[in-house]
Design a protein around this ligand. Structure first.
Ligand code: PLP
Length: 365
């Protein structure tokens, strides 16, 4: 059976008979109901768990297409700047394509799991004494002159592949959600989802479009502030970006959908991170929890209630008549950043190796 997002959504993607399909069976991730959050917010909340892609993040959706097209175009190597997940994905797909991968990362700012992935797949990993934005500038310069395919989300094929997640959500719900919440870093993903929803509407697959709700980390919130941030800071390393490549695309998604892009604090991100693990049974990396942190903030301000009431009485249009739904995009798996998880919880207690000692801890005796 053909698998992966290219095979599944060929008609919506820029591929032809000559495109070699480099796939690890990405996509088709679950849309998990979130009963705790739904009760808390008063609207049905679903979690699009992108951490279940082959390398543990949504980057695989874009990478399958970017690497397939790079091979079609005759490239023998790919290069990217990365906060971690792009490099993990590029490295794995380059292995499948039997080509070389080079990744440029900010020194010391990559979660351990992601670095391990790039290394185990034999990527050439080069750490720079600078941040992600500097790394991206370097690879942009290099790819202008040398035969390496750039596989950052500046590569339009990345956006094309990533838009398939919007298709999957609509296919699962039978319509677009009322709201879609998403973390925003380099802003490729919010751009991709919005493109996906608009294409599905143009093809008549859905009637209404969602409101796009984007969330940046407070210390790395250039789009919220309206100017680039020189030294972005947040524990959510995947969205620690001061000058997003798809800035315009994010603003377009926000404005055309009459949504918003706001910031969330690291404390709020960590609270949502723990809530997802403790109340919903879903383990994500910190950046992914930004979408849930943002939705909780909006809910506390009455945003979802006000929106429901502001629909004109008597002549409710399509979307407003039906029950509202929120889809939160959970971009990456919790195992990517084990250090953060261990710092967020109490260390296990050590007791003597006998039944009584263990029972005493369980408090059954
Ligand atoms: C890449 C990434 C993001 C940010 O996505 P952008 O397209 O850069 O906005 C968020 N979360 C995770 C886990 C990521 O890997």
């Amino acid at each position: 059976m053909p698998s992966g997002v290219i095979n599944h959504y060929k008609d919506f993607l820029p591929v032809n008979e000559k495109t070699p399909i480099i796939t690890l069976d990405e996509g088709d991730t679950p849309l998990i109901p979130a009963p705790y959050l739904s009760r808390f917010i008063g609207i049905d909340v679903f979690l699009k768990y992108e951490g279940l892609n082959p390398t543990g993040s949504f980057k695989d959706r874009g990478m399958t297409l970017a690497v397939s097209k790079a091979v079609e175009d005759g490239y023998k190597a790919v290069i990217c700047a990365s906060t971690g997940n792009t490099s993990a994905s590029a490295a794995a797909y380059a292995v499948r394509a039997k080509i070389k991968s080079v990744v440029v990362i900010p020194e010391g700012a990559i979660a351990l799991g992601k670095l391990a992935q790039a290394l185990i797949h034999n990527a050439q990993v080069i750490a720079i004494k600078g941040n992600f934005d500097a790394a991206l500038n370097i690879v942009k310069e290099i790819t202008k002159k040398y035969p390496l395919a750039l596989v950052n989300s500046l590569n339009p094929y990345r956006i094309e592949g990533q838009k398939t997640a919007a298709f999957e959500i609509c296919d699962a719900l039978g319509r677009a959600p009322t709201y879609q919440a998403i973390p925003v870093g380099n802003a490729g993903n919010i751009t991709a989802y919005w493109k996906g929803y608009k294409e599905y509407k143009a093809k008549g697959k859905i009637k209404d479009l969602p409101r796009m709700l984007g969330f940046q980390a407070e210390g790395a919130a250039p789009i919220v502030k309206g100017y680039p941030v020189k030294d972005p800071k947040t524990i959510a390393t995947a969205i620690r970006i001061g000058n997003p490549a798809s800035w315009k695309g994010a603003e377009q998604a926000r404005d055309e959908s009459r949504g918003l892009i706001e910031s969330v604090s690291d404390e709020q991100i960590l609270a949502a991170y723990k809530l997802l693990a403790e109340k919903e049974g879903v383990f994500v990396e910190p950046a992914s929890a930004a979408s849930v942190a943002g939705v909780i903030n909006l809910s506390k301000r009455g945003y979802f209630k006000r929106k429901a009431q502001s629909a004109p009485k008597g002549k409710l249009t399509g979307q407003a008549k039906r029950k509202a739904q929120i889809v939160c995009i959970l971009t990456g798996h919790g195992l990517k950043d084990p250090d953060r998880a261990i710092q967020s919880i109490e260390k296990p207690k050590v007791v003597k190796a006998n039944v009584e000692a263990v029972l005493k801890e369980i408090k059954f005796s």
